[in-house]
Design a protein around this ligand. Structure first.
Ligand code: NAP
Ligand code: MG
Length: 451
């Protein structure tokens, strides 16, 4: 089916060419995963655990090489790319403790015993977007393999290189052939085939809400299990009683990290009216200092956008009133400076739509009730931040905002040992944390008669 060129978004030069798998090639690899499943599911728990730890350790050894690939393929900053490679190793290590702990229950019944088993599903299809190629792949494949499933993984067309390398690392670590297979190619060919192929028993999809919706509809045909991690339009809510200096200093990273191409980006900034001017003055200083530069530099805080297409989509939002901007390099590469927009009201396009670029839209709010109302006036509900020194208010607002992942006096969203996922149209199901194995197993109930 041919191949295509992967482009370095910092320089617009070709990194390498990658194979586009056809539907027939995809079918053959899914069939191979199906046969590998017959033996993988029977691998003893301790042995499967040891293989996952070996996979984790090989990933750690290759962290520099993986990070270097992500910098060139995706324009991620060096700091982020190293964190991302380490995240894959951490998630593998975390779920390597699962095989020996995949407990069922024993439930009291008359005339015998009743026990439950957590059975693997079979072949799981993981479909990955281009914004965080390594972590999002790992969040799907690590718990999936730990539960005894085989995985076929489709990386995004823009960013397949670290996934290909993770496939090679898995082999080197001793993961048997067919247990973890990376299949490069088009969403409309490889990804779509995961949805329609009867041997693929579950889809883990991360990406846009529109494609997620169509995948969910496609999965309905076979009542196929599906986990969706979709878009976001998260609010960063700053109350007048907050540590305003700290909230302002941290607000650029909360939205401009990864050039805003982050489903958890705090792209709506809600500031209490009576500190609006004070906050904006401090925020401007922080945005002007935000370092947008060659992502391979250790000092870089933001790199380029992923593609020309993404650049054009994001710049189409810059017609609204601009409060101030940061800076970005000129010349080759998909560079865009951070932009701070003053939304006219909650109907502004920049306030409602996920931009997926270094653009934040700002509005003032009157009081706590108004802040919660405005934060919830969105079809999305993925993450968000609340800045206040009042613990009781922090609790009330955290319970009031309709979102899967909130931070109070912090902008962090992801810890691999806590659950992650969205409310409303931000997704379906949860990844990571102690319960992720439930999403990769079926509960089987068996009664043994004693008569
Ligand atoms: P996308 O177009 O939805 O693509 C995501 C993945 O799905 C890619 O691998 C894509 O392949 C594949 N795909 C496309 N059409 C498909 C189809 N019909 N059937 C099966 N697979 C298909 O998203 P994107 O453009 O890569 O990423 C940007 C969007 O993802 C943003 O809007 C953001 O909101 C969302 N996102 C959400 C999260 C989250 O955790 N909630 C994380 C990251 C991104 P191709 O590469 O070949 O198109
Ligand atoms: Mg797309």
């Amino acid at each position: 089916m041919g191949s295509y060129s992967v482009i370095n978004p910092s320089t617009e030069t070709v990194v390498t060419d990658v194979h586009l798998h056809s539907e027939a090639e995809t079918d053959a690899l899914i069939a191979k995963a199906g046969s590998a499943y017959e033996s993988w599911r029977k691998v003893a728990p301790g042995e499967r655990a040891a293989l996952l730890r070996s996979f984790a350790s090989e990933v750690s050894k290759e962290r520099e090489a993986l990070a270097e690939l992500e910098i060139r393929n995706s324009g991620h900053t060096r700091g982020n790319a190293l964190w991302e490679a380490d995240n894959v190793a951490n998630v593998l290590n975390y779920y390597s403790a699962a095989p020996e702990r995949l407990f069922g229950r024993q439930i009291p019944v008359p005339s015998g015993i009743d026990v439950t088993f957590k059975e693997p599903l079979g072949v799981v299809g993981v479909i990955v977007p281009w914004n965080f190629p390594m972590p999002i792949a790992g969040w799907g494949f690590a718990p999936s393999l730990a539960a005894g499933n085989c995985v076929v993984l489709k990386p995004a067309e823009y960013t397949p290189l670290t996934a290909i390398k993770l496939g090679e690392i898995a082999k080197k670590a001793g993961i048997p052939d067919g247990v973890f297979t990376v299949i490069t190619g088009k969403g409309s060919v490889v990804g779509a085939r995961f949805v329609t192929h009867p041997a693929v028993r579950k889809i883990v999809f991360t990406g846009s809400t529109s494609v997620g919706r169509s995948i969910m509809a496609g999965c309905a045909d076979q009542v196929k299990r599906v986990t969706l991690e979709l878009g976001g339009k998260s609010a960063n809510i700053i109350f007048a009683d907050a540590d305003v200096d700290k909230a302002a200093a941290n607000a650029p990273g909360a939205v401009f990290d990864n050039a805003g191409q982050d489903c958890c980006a705090r792209s709506r900034l809600l500031v209490e009216k009576r500190i609006f001017d004070e906050f904006m003055a401090k925020f401007e200083v922080a945005v002007k200092k935000f370092r947008v530069e060659d992502p391979s530099l250790a000092s870089a805080e933001m790199g380029p956008l992923i593609s020309r297409k993404q650049f054009e989509t994001v710049t189409s939002y810059l017609e609204e009133r601009v409060a101030f901007t940061g800076s970005a390099p000129n010349g080759k590469g998909f560079w865009l400076a951070p932009h701070v927009l003053l939304a006219k009201d909650t109907s502004a396009r920049s306030w409602r739509e996920e931009i997926f670029g270094p653009v934040v839209s700002v509005l003032a709010f009157e009081d706590e009730a108004d802040a919660i109302r405005k934060a919830n006036d969105s079809e999305y509900g993925l993450s968000g931040s609340i800045w206040t020194r009042d613990l009781a208010r922090g609790l009330r607002v955290a319970r009031g905002v309709e979102s899967g992942n909130l931070s109070v006096n912090s902008n962090s969203s992801v810890r691999y040992w806590t659950p992650f996922g969205g409310f409303k149209q931000s997704g379906l199901g949860r990844e990571l944390g102690p319960d992720a194995l439930d999403a990769f197993t079926e509960v089987k109930n068996v009664f043994f008669s004693n008569e």
